[in-house]
Design a protein around this ligand. Structure first.
Ligand code: GCV
Length: 707
């Protein structure tokens, strides 16, 4: 269908859709494209048999039937136009080499077999075939060509996981898509269809593991009834190539079995964890391992016993080692009694531990040093621990980027971080190379995304939030993909491959994250959102008990200027980066303006590159963000004829909310910062709609996602 402009008449999109089908809609295509699809998949020939292979062939049948109206037969014999799925084990004479594809990769080739043109999906395992089937279906749905295919694809990163911050009572910390999809109460008996649909969606983008419960963990997850519940989910996910993992609470041995201590060097504690691991592996033989948040935000940990994070991680690692399990130990730490810059604390704690972790431990590091802000420079630990595998933690759920209603596509944020150069081993030492292990030769590699999934029919709280889940999976599989390519794929499958739809949708998406940066935290500002729920602006908040809980700690606005001095004259956080970056970030003149106030306290009348003062530039950034949202509203309105009514209306309404809230962010921020800067607004800029006290008085005790 590429190049064939759809018109509303040819493709009446009036049929309402609720978003449940995600990017796997397999919508009916026009007759000429249906002919192309049928010619390239008129039968499916799969050698071997397994639950995974059955899922792959059924998915192909479902997809082709949806798009063409005809279900291709499963056939034992090769015919012209067949789609073949084979591994070297099932087909020793496989005509395509599978070396280098690993256990999860695949090749898709158009070949001649017995004089017949066929499409062969080849892999070393049935999971690889499943991934290949989804790739072929992506091409089919996106209107791509299906002849002369010669594709090879294998992930460089081993662990591609979702982290659910789901609580056992069904709530989701920082969840904006309804309650948890895990029905813990009725598990293990009732396994509703959501579970296999979840696995299917994840397999389609290459995600291969899921941490089921919140990192703010309850010990109860490790009791026998809850292990049985996790095992039931693992059984559903297994044929999709997805393993389960659990977050654990450090004091579980004390809480569950009355041990006197949780000291990692106490043999009784180690023995408890070993027995617990054995119990879990008995129920879930392919259990992935543990995720740990320790000595962070009130969670207990080894430091409570004067032990290090490495002591704790290694003790747990020993418990799962014999089973092939791993431990993901989070580096998200900062302490109330540490007066140092919060942005420096994780590095200070973990850098000295480099080389001290067991070989089945991987340290999980958030993308930035504070906390999933609209923009943060990459975390200085990336590139700073060469002897330790580090995995990335992104947040797919948008705690700080508009939660469920704002259209802020995260692909560009993920891409910006992955492509950032750490200079750890000279130019080109990107964060992507740190986490895929290629920079230091690590075999244990991983990337995690905090899930944005809940029981809402559309899974993610909005249609456009689905793109963030999709983008995470696609980048985890292949960090070299561009956010724009991914947005295009997603839009083609989610709406239509018609360029009249795809181009405007991709344009909206691509600038949307920068727009949120502009109307929330321009020029390197961070953490200026309101307390607790993090919904909406609160730059004035200053009275909370811990300094680093207050926005004033982060922006440091005063009569002289604004921004956090992280240079030598300030906290010297810049020294945690490799020399070229320490130099770049250390100088106000050359620091990229997007990070200016992250690293520098800058006078209000400082001249930006545009020639305007910092104060005027700040105001203009807020306005640019608001204007971008208004433009998205106009663009979306122009797409009304091409999008089904239900999804059109949801996005239209959410953009209205976003515009209102972008204006609120602009006005509240300007009202507050103007009270500090005492500068007039630049010519042409409207005064905030209300006075500062009005903004301060807004309270949201029931905002979602806040524990
Ligand atoms: C799971 C931030 C969030 C918390 C979250 C924490 C973490 O502080 O606001 O809700 O807790 O990060 O990543 O552990």
């Amino acid at each position: 269908m590429t190049g064939t402009a759809l018109t509303p008449v040819l493709a009446p999109m009036a049929q309402a859709e609720d978003g449940y089908d995600l990017w796997l809609r397999y919508a009916r295509v026009e007759p000429s494209r249906a002919g192309v699809l049928a010619a390239h998949a008129n039968a499916i020939v799969a050698s071997g048999s397994s639950p995974t292979l059955a899922i792959a062939t059924q998915e192909l049948q479902r997809g082709i039937a949806g798009m063409t109206g005809t279900t291709p037969a499963l056939s034992a014999t090769v015919q012209q136009g067949a789609l073949l799925l084979a591994t070297p084990a099932s087909t020793p004479s496989l005509p395509v080499k599978t070396d280098g594809l690993g256990e999860e990769g695949y090749a898709i080739r158009t070949i001649m077999m017995d004089g017949k043109a066929v499409t062969l999906i080849a892999a070393n395992s049935d999971i690889g075939l499943l991934h290949g089937a989804y790739h072929w279906l992506r091409l089919a749905q996106s209107g791509e060509k299906l002849d002369n295919l010669d594709i090879r694809s294998a992930p460089k990163i081993g662990l591609r996981l979702l982290n659910h911050w789901d609580n056992l009572n069904g709530t989701v910390e920082r969840g904006y898509a309804g309650q948890s999809i895990w029905d813990w109460w009725r598990l293990p008996d009732w396994k509703g269809p959501r579970y296999s649909d979840y696995a299917r969606a994840n397999a389609s983008i290459g995600i291969n593991g899921t941490v089921l419960n919140n990192v703010n963990a309850k010990a109860d997850s490790l009791t026998a009834p809850y292990i049985a519940k996790a095992a039931a989910l693992a059984d559903v996910f297994r044929p999709y190539g997805i393993k389960v993992y659990l977050s654990v609470k450090w004091t579980a041995p004390m809480e569950l079995d009355g041990l006197k201590t949780a000291d990692p060097l106490d043999p009784a504690v180690a023995a408890w964890w070993k027995a617990k691991a054995d119990e879990i592996y008995k129920a879930i033989p392919d259990f992935g391992g543990f995720l740990v948040k320790a000595n962070s935000e009130g969670q207990p940990g080894p430091q409570d016993y004067n032990r290090t994070h490495a002591d704790g991680a290694n003790m747990l690692a020993a418990a799962v080692k014999a089973h092939g399990g791993i431990v993901m130990w989070r580096a998200f730490v900062y302490a109330h009694d540490n007066p140092d810059d919060r942005a420096k604390q994780a590095y200070s704690d973990f850098k000295p531990l480099d080389g001290k972790f067991a070989d089945n431990v991987i340290v999980q590091v958030k993308n930035g040093a504070i906390d999933f802000q609209p923009r943060e420079p990459f975390h200085p630990l990336f590139g700073a621990m060469p002897r330790t595998p580090l995995m990335m933690e992104f947040q797919i759920t948008k705690e700080y980027l508009g939660q469920s209603t704002h259209l802020t596509y995260l692909g560009p944020l993920f891409e910006e971080v992955l492509d950032a150069d750490t200079y750890a081993k000279g130019k080109g030492s990107t964060v992507a190379k740190v986490i895929d292990g290629s920079l230091e030769g690590h075999k244990l590699t991983g990337i995690a995304g905090v899930a944005n999934i809940g029981v809402d029919r559309d899974w993610s709280g909005s249609i456009f939030n689905q793109a963030d889940w999709y983008a995470f999976g696609r980048l985890a599989w292949d960090t070299s993909l561009s956010a724009e390519t991914i947005a295009k794929e997603w839009a083609e499958m989610t709406f239509s491959p018609d360029p009249k739809v795809v181009q405007p949708v991709v344009r909206m998406m691509m600038g949307s994250r920068e727009a949120a940066v502009d109307y929330m935290t321009p020029l390197g500002l961070a953490h200026v959102m309101d307390t607790g729920h993090h919904y909406g602006p609160g730059p004035w908040v200053s009275e909370l008990a811990r300094p680093e809980w207050n926005p004033v700690y982060y922006h440091k606005a005063d009569a002289t200027g604004i921004g956090f001095d992280r240079t030598k004259t300030g906290s010297n956080a810049v020294s945690q980066y490799a020399a070229p970056l320490a130099k770049l970030f250390g100088s106000v003149k050359i620091t990229p303006e997007r990070d200016l106030l992250w690293f520098h306290h800058v006078p209000w009348d400082y001249r930006l590159k545009s020639g305007e003062t910092l104060w005027n530039g700040l105001v203009h950034h807020y306005e640019a963000g608001v204007n971008y949202v208004a433009d998205m509203q106009t663009t979306w309105a122009s797409l009304k004829p091409y999008v089904d009514a239900e999804r059109y209306a949801q996005t239209e309404t959410f953009l209205t909310i976003q515009h209102r809230e972008a204006l609120w962010w602009r006005d509240a921020s300007i009202a507050y910062f103007q009270s500090v800067s005492q500068r007039p607004l630049p010519a042409g800029s409207a005064a905030p709609a209300h006075d500062l006290n009005w903004y301060k008085a807004q309270k949201f005790p029931y905002a979602p996602g806040h524990n």
